[in-house]
Ligand binder design. Sequence first.
Ligand code: UDP
Length: 140
Amino acid sequence: MATERTLSIIKPDATKRNLTGKIVAKFEDAGLRVVASKRIHLTPAQAGAFYAEHKERGFYGELCEFMASEPVVVQVLEGEGAIAKNREVMGATDPAAAAAGTIRKEFALSKGENSVHGSDSEASAAREIAFFFSGLELVG
Ligand code: UDP
């Protein structure tokens, strides 16, 4: 399997509850390596641009507001099959449906406030990494 990079966001509900370290430990335990990391506070417009693909969905406004409500930690994770592996470690969108041991099962509050974001394909990983990081900031 190829070495990949994927974009992760530790969302406001998790940074607010001081869970950043516990979540990063889950990534590292799964063999994912943090090759870029920064803590930022998004504006609603920046959150809206990031989630543009969801703009027709009913939860879009609420999602943008939530993502701008507190700081987030954006990271690039690297590893064998990193895109799928990260999705596995995250668990299902709705914590009620997430498998035991996943980040969302252990930490998410609801389907919206679900602690982490992870790219869902190679194309979105490339777009999402470029949204937050320049090449110089990726240190493998
Ligand atoms: N979301 C929501 N309500 C929903 C579905 C999604 O608030 O009914 C939010 C949630 O924070 C989710 C994000 O929108 O993580 C993006 O949705 P997607 O379906 O892409 O889920 P993900 O890829 O994050 O599991």
